[in-house]
Ligand binder design. Sequence first.
Ligand code: HEC
Ligand code: HEC
Ligand code: HEC
Ligand code: HEC
Ligand code: HEC
Ligand code: HEC
Ligand code: HEC
Ligand code: HEC
Length: 247
Amino acid sequence: MKLWGIADQVVRLAILLAIVGGVTVALRARFVPPSFGETGHYRAEAVTIAAELPVRYAGSEICAECHDDQEELRRRSYHRGLSCEVCHGAAAAHAEDFEAQQPLVPRARGEACLACHEYLPSRPTGFPQIIERLHNPLEPCVGCHDPHDPTPPEVPSSCAACHAQIERTKAVSHHLALTCETCHEAAPEHRIEPRSHLPNKPTAREACGRCHAEGADSGAEIPRVDLDTHGPRYLCWQCHYPHHPEA
Ligand code: HEC
Ligand code: HEC
Ligand code: HEC
Ligand code: HEC
Ligand code: HEC
Ligand code: HEC
Ligand code: HEC
Ligand code: HEC
């Protein structure tokens, strides 16, 4: 069938387009909000609605009016660029009436810190980053770092700071006078990230033999054993606890 001599498929296409166009116009009238397009490619009303939302953030200045201690610390610290509410959450209600709302206090390990300090290759070089799993695990971050003034704390200088039990055991043993480094080589990094830089431990009988072997060049008062016959098939520390050796 031909209408005014126009090809069949063109007629069908024209009908289809007419339907689509009609539906679009109908839907637009039904669903596009009235204020759309008044001032730009958006709903003009949205501006008023957004302005009416309750203010939840108080901003970075008002906190200092009552918390000058924290503000004083933060202002001179590495965290000077951070606003209080980055960690304490929206606190406008609290700033308005401090009894009405208690801000969040993120004391749990990593709660407030890892979003910025967990290692990510895409962070700028030099930005202080840690690998949470390895960096002094188990303790909360605020146990060692003041969140308002996070200078890295002093690195513990003695092994006993972390290995107190071994130190105390050794102190009442025949090995009292031996330093830990006599038997362990500990890199300085071990004190900072202990688990990723483990010191070495003696692996052979000769480590003890250098003091206890017959003829070893050590102090005269050190008891000697014959390495060839004294428990030869075992490591010395399978029989003697090295931090508290007993005969
Ligand atoms: C009008 C004074 C005032 C202002 C402004 C104010 N606070 Fe407080 N804030 C207080 C008082 C008082 C307390 C102690 C409340 C208590 O112990 O019950 C407190 C407690 C806190 C606590 C500790 C809550 C806890 O559970 O230990 C935090 C954190 C805190 N405020 C953060 C903020 C932040 C962030 C701001 C800024 C957005 C702010 N405050 C603004 C008066 C104020
Ligand atoms: C980097 C995150 C961070 C920032 C930024 C921060 N705080 Fe805190 N704040 C904490 C943490 C974590 C604690 C809990 C400390 C603790 O228990 O030792 C805390 C504790 C507090 C307390 C409770 C009292 C105390 O010292 O333990 C108040 C009050 C407080 N902060 C106010 C503020 C104010 C005001 C600012 C902005 C000047 C601010 N904080 C900025 C993380 C932060
Ligand atoms: C919003 C991001 C942010 C959060 C959250 C944050 N920090 Fe920071 N932190 C920074 C910035 C920025 C610096 C300064 C970096 C610089 O000076 O290059 C910094 C510096 C530090 C430093 C100093 C490191 C150094 O030697 O330069 C320590 C330590 C630190 N933060 C610990 C913490 C702890 C602990 C928490 C959680 C209570 C925390 N940070 C939460 C952004 C953050
Ligand atoms: C047992 C104490 C301890 C705990 C717990 C601890 N840290 Fe540290 N942190 C240190 C010491 C010590 C240093 C100093 C290392 C150095 O000078 O490089 C340090 C350094 C840092 C640095 C700076 C790294 C750099 O390369 O400059 C950041 C960031 C940091 N810590 C964040 C954290 C965060 C986040 C947590 C919780 C997940 C945390 N720390 C828990 C002791 C601790
Ligand atoms: C900041 C805390 C800290 C300090 C300081 C420290 N250590 Fe450790 N050390 C650790 C932790 C954590 C481990 C891991 C324990 C584990 O994996 O069970 C460890 C493990 C070791 C190990 C066992 C290695 C292994 O393969 O099992 C030796 C040996 C050791 N430390 C020796 C030393 C010596 C020597 C010093 C002093 C120069 C020292 N440490 C200082 C925290 C510390
Ligand atoms: C006389 C040599 C000697 C001295 C001194 C010594 N150690 Fe050891 N230590 C050993 C040997 C050997 C082992 C391995 C034991 C094993 O593999 O069963 C060991 C194991 C360890 C371990 C891992 C196993 C454990 O017992 O927890 C730690 C941690 C450790 N030493 C820390 C220390 C510290 C800290 C000091 C100083 C306070 C110290 N050592 C002094 C010989 C010594
Ligand atoms: C740097 C030298 C030195 C090294 C290395 C050393 N010791 Fe000793 N050892 C001593 C001295 C000093 C004594 C104490 C002598 C005294 O009490 O008069 C001693 C005492 C002993 C005793 C005798 C305890 C008793 O009851 O009389 C035993 C057992 C012993 N060490 C085992 C070991 C073992 C096992 C190792 C290797 C893990 C080791 N020692 C490494 C210096 C060393
Ligand atoms: C199979 C277990 C065993 C092994 C392995 C072993 N010992 Fe002993 N050690 C003993 C016993 C048991 C005694 C006490 C009886 C004796 O003197 O034979 C002793 C005594 C000693 C004494 C004290 C000797 C004295 O005259 O007071 C020293 C020092 C000693 N051992 C060092 C070592 C050293 C160093 C090694 C490794 C080279 C080692 N032992 C390996 C079991 C062992």
